[in-house]
Every structure is written in structure tokens, then in C-alpha cells.
Design a protein around this ligand. Structure first.
Ligand code: NAD
Length: 298
């Protein structure tokens, strides 16, 4: 297929490469010339604006942008996608944004004859490179069926979550729980060690008991418990604390609109907010345990 791709960053770059590897032709745009150069080298054609992507003979356009403001600018701006795209071209936004913005943009796209899906991902940059992302997809059945082969070139699990916006709902609900569970594991690990327990033994107990979860088992925040976890390499790599803060902000903001309480989600957001303010936003989100440790170097 001929596909347009906008947003060639840490996630979009490797996702676009996987589409090329699967034999699709790509027309790409990103304001970063460095990001574009890598893709052109891999076989993509670059153009100068979102409008040029929309005017190219593409059958589908995928966007992978930082936040809702970028998505609105790229889709709704004068030089943007909707003002220039042919009716019938499938639009897929894989950025993580709030469900209300996703629904607003999709409504305008649908009204002018462009089916649109929200399709945020989980799996991080490792999953983007390996082509094993999970796609949480919101939108009409027909558009979902049309998108399946494209998404399959970039991911392993492709889940239809329901109507427009529900992909974003699934993503922010899951990530809010992840943020809360990481804070919970950090609190429990720090308490156990402060009371005299060996961190590895405690993690072993938790991971064969009822406290077990992804944050305790796969990304345990205590250094030395898991050899390959970010905690054992100074919290480098992994999922940045500022990205977790962004997702917790999306969850609490969506909750505010729906008059829905998210008591622990809001508490986790505040913890990540203060952690970020202390200059640690670039560390893996498991580093939040340092808020609880008297001697974080030990
Ligand atoms: P990134 O900052 O690395 O990449 C974003 C890219 O968008 C950049 O190359 C930037 O130049 C480009 N961009 C900005 N404005 C643009 C415009 N007007 N037109 C075209 N391109 C534009 O971010 P990322 O880590 O790739 O994340 C992208 C999205 O994926 C975010 O919404 C993020 O929340 C989500 N996400 C990230 C991860 C992760 O681990 N990094 C995991 C899951 C989801």
C-alpha cells in the first residue's frame, strides 16, 4: 500500500521502518530533518509538509505525534491533513492523547468522508522496533478491518476497543493502573528493606504472593533485584517518568470531564509531578522509589 507517515520519533521511526520492511511505500513528514533522513535512507520518500503527505497518492495516513496539540495542528491546521486529503483515505492516529480530542478530530474527519481510528500503542520503543506493539483501536468496524494489515506490520496484538476514542480510553486506564502499581511496589519494597529485609528475597515473596504485578515482577524498582531492569542500570532506558506523568495527566483530566473520581491516579500523578520537578523526568518511571529511600545509592 501507499502510506503517509507523520512523526518519526522514538516510536514513529521504527514503526515506519517496519512498514517499509513489510513492502509498503511510504511518504513521510517530520519537522526534524534528522528523523526524516533515517527513513529516507531506509527507502521512504520525504515531503515538506502535512499537506504534501495528504496530497500524495496515499491510501492511508498514520500519525505518531507527541501530544494532542500536535495532533490538532497536523490534522486541523490550514496546511494540515484534513484540508488537503482526498475523501476515502483512512486516517490512523497512534499518538497517546485524551479521548475527547481524539473524538473531536475523528468527528471532523468522518464528516468529510475520511474514516479515522485512534490506535495508541503499548510496548515502548523495544516493541516498536521489534514490531510487537499492542494497538488499542477505537473507531468503526469497517475502518478497523481496513487497518488490520497495516497495524499487523507494526504490532502483534491488535484489539478493537469499540467506538472512536475508546483506544485512548483503554490506553490511559491501563497506564494509570501501571503508575499506581509502580508507586505501590516502590512503597512496599522500600518499607520491607527499611525494616531489614533483603530486597531480592522480598521481591521473590511478592512475586509468588498476592502482591505480584508487572511492576514487581518485570520492572521491579529496587536496584539489583532484576539484572536487566532499568533499576539495575541507574534507571536509564525504559519508560521515562515524564511519559508516565503525561499519561497520568491524561487520565486525571479525562476523569475530571467525566466527573469520575481517580483518587490513587491523582496521587500517583502528584508523586510523578514532584519527581519531575526534582529533575528526574528522564529516568525510568520505576525510579519513583527514590522518593521513598533514605539512601538511594545503596
Ligand atoms: P518523540 O518525541 O520521540 O517523537 C515525536 C516526533 O513527532 C518527533 O520526531 C517530532 O519531530 C515529530 N513532530 C512534532 N511535531 C510534528 C508535526 N507537526 N508534524 C510531524 N511530526 C511532528 O515521541 P515518541 O516517544 O515517539 O512518542 C510518540 C507518541 O507515542 C506520544 O504520544 C507518546 O505518548 C506515545 N508513546 C510513547 C512510548 C515510548 O515509550 N516512547 C510508548 C507508548 C506510547
Amino acid at each position: 500500500m501507499n502510506i503517509g507517515f507523520l512523526g518519526l520519533g522514538n516510536m514513529g521511526g521504527p514503526m515506519a521502518r517496519n512498514l517499509l520492511k513489510a513492502g509498503h511505500a511510504l511518504t513521510v513528514f517530520d519537522p526534524s530533518s534528522q528523523a526524516v533522513a533515517g527513513l529516507v535512507e531506509a527507502g521512504a520518500k520525504s515531503v515538506a509538509s502535512p499537506a504534501d503527505v495528504a496530497r500524495a497518492p496515499v491510501e492511508a495516513i498514520i500519525t505518531m505525534l507527541p501530544a494532542a496539540a500536535h495532533v490538532k495542528h497536523v490534522y486541523l491546521g490550514q496546511d494540515g491533513l484534513l484540508a488537503n486529503v482526498r475523501p476515502g483515505v483512512l486516517l490512523i492516529d497512534s499518538s497517546t492523547i485524551d479521548p475527547l480530542s481524539a473524538r473531536e478530530v475523528a468527528k471532523l474527519a468522518t464528516a468529510q468522508g475520511n474514516p479515522m481510528l485512534d490506535a495508541p500503542v503499548s510496548g515502548g520503543t523495544g516493541g516498536a522496533t521489534a514490531g510487537t506493539l499492542t494497538f488499542m483501536v477505537g473507531g468503526p468496524d469497517s475502518a478497523f478491518d481496513q487497518a488490520q494489515p497495516l497495524l499487523a506490520a507494526m504490532g502483534k496484538n491488535i484489539v478493537h476497543c469499540g467506538d472512536t476514542g475508546n483506544g485512548q480510553v483503554a490506553k490511559i486506564a491501563n497506564n494509570m493502573l501501571l503508575g499506581i502499581s509502580m508507586v505501590g511496589v516502590a512503597e512496599a519494597m522500600a518499607l520491607g528493606v527499611a525494616l531489614g529485609m533483603d530486597a531480592k528475597v522480598l521481591a521473590g515473596i511478592i512475586n509468588t504472593s498476592s502482591g505480584r504485578c508487572w511492576s514487581s515482577e518485570i520492572n521491579n524498582p529496587f536496584p539489583g533485584v532484576l539484572e536487566n531492569a532499568p533499576a539495575s542500570r541507574g534507571y536509564s532506558g525504559g519508560f521515562g517518568s515524564d511519559l508516565m506523568l503525561k499519561d497520568l495527566g491524561l487520565a486525571t483530566e479525562a476523569a475530571r470531564h467525566a466527573h469520575q473520581p481517580v483518587i490513587l491516579g491523582a496521587a500517583a500523578q502528584q508523586l510523578y509531578q514532584s519527581f519531575s520537578l526534582q529533575g528526574h523526568g528522564g529516568l525510568d518511571f520505576s525510579a519513583i522509589i527514590n522518593l521513598y529511600r533514605r539512601d538511594p545509592e545503596a
